[in-house]
Ligand binder design. Structure first.
Ligand code: NDP
Length: 258
C-alpha cells in the first residue's frame, strides 16, 4: 500500500537532500516523500544512505541515494545528475549538510577548525547552489531551501566560525534569491533553533547544563524534533510558498523572539 496522499505539498517533484544520512536531513527524506516527492539522499556515509533508502522504498515511496561530499564540486554535480537521470527532472533541493563546532575562545582556535567548518557549511553550499541552479535553469525553474541556523541570524554559544558560516548561508540565500527570482527559481533558508540530532546530542553531552539553558531561553521550553524543521522546509520547497523568496525563516520555538 503506497502511503502517499494526493495533493501532497511536493507531489511529482524531484528533490535532492544533502546531509540526508542523519538528523534533520534523514527526517526530511521521510517528510518530503510523504508529501509526494521523489527524494535523492546525499551524504558521505553510504551504509546509512542505503538503509534509509531501502526503508523509504519499502514503504512505497520513491527514493534513491548517492554518496556525496559537498566540499567537492564534482561530487555535487554527480548527485544532481543522478537525481535528474534517476527521476527525470530536478525541481528542488534541501541544502542541509553541515557540521557544528563547540564554542572555544576564538583567539585560541586552530585554522583547521575554521577551514573544516567553512569548507562544509559555506563552500559546500556554494558547490550545491551552482550545480542545482544550473540543472533547474535547464528544467524550467525550481525551489531551493538552505539550512542556516538561529546562529545565522544572531550569535549563539557555538564556535565563532560556525556562527559566521551560518550567516554566510543566509547571505548566499539572499543573493541567489534576488539573482534568480526572474528565472523561476526561489531560494529560501530555514534557521532552526536547537534540534535533537547528532550535532546537538554530542554538543549537549560535552557541555553539561547547556540543554537546560537553551530550553529556558526558548518560548516553547523545549528543543525541536528534526521533523519539525523538515516540515517547514517542505512548505518552502512547495508551490504553496510561491511568493516567498530570499527569506531566512526561524524554526525555533520562539528562541529568537524570547
Ligand atoms: P547531523 O549531524 O545529524 O547531520 C549532519 C548531516 O550533514 C549528516 O547527514 C552528515 O552526513 C552531513 N554532512 C556533514 N558533512 C558533509 C559533507 N562534507 N558532505 C556531505 N554531507 C555532509 O546534524 P543536524 O541534522 O542537526 O544538521 C543538519 C543541518 O542543520 C546542519 O547544517 C546544521 O548546521 C543545521 N542546524 C542544526 C541545528 C540543530 O540544533 N541540530 C540547529 C541549526 C542548524 P555524513 O557524515 O554521512 O556525510
Amino acid at each position: 500500500m503506497v502511503d502517499v496522499y494526493k495533493g501532497g505539498l511536493l507531489e511529482d517533484k524531484v528533490v535532492l537532500i544533502t546531509g540526508a544520512s542523519s538528523g534533520i536531513g534523514a527526517a526530511a527524506a521521510f517528510v518530503f516523500a510523504r508529501e509526494g516527492a521523489s527524494v535523492v539522499l546525499a551524504a558521505r556515509r553510504e551504509e546509512r544512505l542505503t538503509a534509509l533508502t531501502a526503508e523509504l522504498n519499502g514503504k512505497g515511496f520513491r527514493a534513491s541515494s548517492v554518496v556525496c561530499d559537498v566540499t567537492r564540486a564534482e561530487d555535487v554535480r554527480r548527485a544532481v545528475a543522478h537525481a535528474t537521470e534517476r527521476f527525470g527532472g530536478f525541481d528542488g533541493a534541501f541544502n542541509n549538510a553541515g557540521i557544528g563546532g563547540d564554542q572555544t575562545p576564538l583567539h585560541e582556535m586552530e585554522d583547521e577548525v575554521y577551514d573544516s567548518i567553512f569548507d562544509t557549511n559555506v563552500r559546500g553550499l556554494w558547490n550545491c547552489l551552482r550545480a542545482e541552479i544550473g540543472a533547474m535553469l535547464a528544467d524550467g525553474g525550481g525551489a531551493i531551501v538552505n539550512n542556516s541556523s538561529v546562529g545565522g541570524l544572531v550569535a549563539i554559544s557555538a564556535a565563532a566560525p560556525y556562527v559566521a558560516s551560518k550567516h554566510a548561508v543566509a547571505g548566499l540565500t539572499r543573493a541567489a534569491a534576488d539573482e534568480y527570482a526572474r528565472l523561476g527559481i526561489r531560494v529560501n533558508a530555514v534557521a532552526p533553533g536547537p534540534t535533537r540530532s547528532e550535532i546537538t546530542l554530542g554538543w549537549f553531552a560535552r557541555n553539561p547544563g547547556l540543554e537546560e539553558t537553551i530550553e529556558a531561553a526558548t518560548s516553547q521550553k523545549r528543543t525541536a524534533a528534526p521533523e519539525e524543521v523538515a516540515e517547514a522546509a517542505a512548505w518552502l520547497l512547495s508551490d504553496r510558498s510561491s511568493y516567498v523568496t530570499g527569506v531566512v525563516m526561524p524554526v525555533d520555538g520562539g528562541y529568537l523572539n524570547h
